[in-house]
Design a protein around this ligand. Structure first.
Ligand code: PLP
Length: 390
């Protein structure tokens, strides 16, 4: 028997964080004490008023399909939230409710990726960008994210590689896996330079937009009118409201792309889970202290992680300014990053992710998610130190 799969399946990748999670869970099931600094999800529970809104929606009979683009109340709620947080006007007609933040990148890359095209993406970066670009047959063109730049992207690196084949540029700030926040000046330079490239679309992944520290400003690409007609914005509820398992996200599409996005939604999932959409609305309209409290706690842990990592011989870590990841440089240990991540899990019981799982430039680094208690973070750092001092 020969089954004829689309040849994109020879190239598609995946997200190794899920394989590490499965291995960490398997080791824990064997009775090992595993500290999980691998997967990127808040360790908090979804706030109660959001859970209650989903329960109420079920009791109120929200059991059926909704519009493919999302319930109108939620699309309006997203527009109002963007106005409240960022002072930017978005029309609810341009909002698409999707099952998880990841889905927006899937749609955008499907729209713009094809053999003969090039798509630029951050490296190290969220692994699905490259995976999906490869799947479509487009050429993946990495935008290097460097430690010496504070793990921010540089507009020069984008313009040094843009060409007539480039169909889409993906940027992400605050960023996974490095925790970098790109300064406004660099984003200004990117947007200004794009004037010369009117046919290049942009996808801005702002899923960590509300997680910045040390007074860092999150600069949304929505605040640049000159690119609005080709900007796709990715955001969602997973990180901000500790809702990773709800599978909820949204995108903002320009008028010219909205119908294509809607058609893909109809073809793929019809609509997002109805009670989850009502919960998402409660998240946006309810008290926001839960977000501030979570971010304050991440900030506290961030300091513990950075100090602890810098106290380990041959490890150095710059202070991340956003998201909830630290990306220490481990090159001086002399160990390959994937090997170190694997040894830390198998021998020291600490789950982390090897930098190369986020791109070629991730060699020499590992990613720690500090979405875990201070107590567990301190235990993990102690184990890492002991392991590396051996
Ligand atoms: C940069 C980035 N974008 C998007 C996502 C996807 O989020 P979701 O879980 O809502 O699909 C993640 C999740 O880790 C992420 O790190």
């Amino acid at each position: 028997m020969v089954l004829h799969l689309n040849e994109g399946f020879n190239r598609i990748g995946e997200e190794n964080a899920f394989a590490v999670l499965a291995r960490a869970q398997a080791l824990a099931a064997e009775g090992r004490d595993i500290i999980n600094l691998g997967i990127g999800q808040p360790d908090f529970r979804t706030p109660e008023h959001i859970v209650e809104a989903a329960v109420k929606a079920l009791h109120d009979g929200h059991h059926g399909y909704t519009a493919a683009t999302g319930i109108p109340e939620l699309r309006e709620g997203v527009a109002a939230d963007i106005d409240r947080r960022l002072g930017q006007k978005v029309h609810p007609d341009n909002v698409l409710i999707v099952p998880g933040g990841k889905v927006t990148m899937f749609l955008a890359i499907l729209m713009f990726g094809a053999p003969g095209k090039e798509i630029m993406y951050p490296d190290p970066g969220f692994p699905i960008y490259r995976s999906m670009i490869e799947f479509t047959g487009a050429k993946p063109v990495p935008i290097p994210i460097r430690e010496e730049n504070g793990f921010a992207f540089s507009a020069d690196d984008v313009f040094g590689q843009l060409n007539a084949k480039t169909s889409l540029v993906i940027i992400n700030s605050p960023a996974n896996p490095c925790g970098g926040v790109t300064p406004k000046a660099e984003i200004d330079a990117l947007v200004a330079g794009l004037d010369a490239w009117p046919d290049v679309a942009l996808m801005s992944d702002e899923i960590y937009g509300q997680m910045t520290y040390d007074g860092q400003e999150h600069v949304s690409l929505l605040s640049y009118p000159s690119i609005r007609d080709r900007l796709i914005l990715l955001d969602g509820w997973s990180k901000t409201y500790a809702m990773t398992g709800w599978r909820l996200g949204y995108s903002i599409w320009p008028d010219t792309l909205m119908d294509a996005a809607r058609k893909l939604a109809v073809n793929a999932w019809s609509c997002v889970n109805a009670p989850a959409q009502w919960a998402a609305l409660a998240a946006l309209e309810g008290p926001q202290d839960c977000v501030a409290e979570m971010v304050a706690e991440f900030d506290r842990r961030r300091r513990v992680v950075v100090d602890g990592l810098n106290a380990i011989p041959n490890v150095s870590c710059i202070t991340p300014l956003g998201a909830f990841y630290a990306f220490p440089n481990i090159a001086q240990t002399g160990l390959g990053a994937k090997q170190l991540a694997s040894d830390l899990l198998e021998k020291a019981g600490v789950a982390t992710i090897g930098g190369p799982d986020f791109g070629i430039l991730g060699e020499g680094y590992i990613r720690l998610s500090y979405a875990n208690s201070v107590e567990n973070i301190e235990r993990a750092l102690k184990r890492m130190k002991e392991f590396l001092e051996l």
